[in-house]
Ligand binder design. Structure first.
Ligand code: 5GP
Ligand code: ZN
Length: 114
């Protein structure tokens, strides 16, 4: 997807502060953090969002979740807790049309979200 911001980041065409990378997954710090720790975890392959996933993406979805879980632990968030968020579509607050999971931690997070 030549016009996708996160595809450009995954391709190295736009810089990011990388936290984790393997052949399927990239994680980097959010440019506008909403918590002391705010990391975005994305599949390298362009998937527009949760609602675009198919059964063929089941393995990738598991890899995304497990990568995020390990990153949260590596960032020291386990003792105090953390939150994963995936916004989907306009009402869900999604602003970048490439599937991404937010890792939020480092402070007590309000519930319910706005
Ligand atoms: P969404 O609102 O789609 O769930 O989340 C998009 C996130 O991407 C936002 O938290 C926003 O701050 C972040 N973001 C937008 N542009 C960039 C960028 O160029 N670099 C990084 N690292 N994060 C970005
Ligand atoms: Zn993309």
């Amino acid at each position: 997807m030549s016009d996708c911001l996160f595809c450009k980041i995954a391709a190295g065409h736009i810089p990011c502060t990388e936290v984790f990378a393997d052949e399927n997954i990239l994680a980097f710090r959010d440019i506008d953090p909403k918590a002391p720790t705010h990391i975005l975890v994305i599949p390298r392959r362009h998937i527009p969002g949760l609602s675009a996933m198919t059964d063929d993406d089941t393995d990738l979805a598991g890899k995304l979740l497990m990568a995020a879980t390990k990153i949260a632990a590596a960032e020291g968030l386990v003792p105090d807790g953390y939150r994963f968020v995936i916004n989907n579509g306009e009402d869900g607050g999604q602003t970048v049309g490439h599937l991404h999971l937010h890792i939020l931690g480092g402070r007590a997070l309000a519930w319910p979200p706005g």
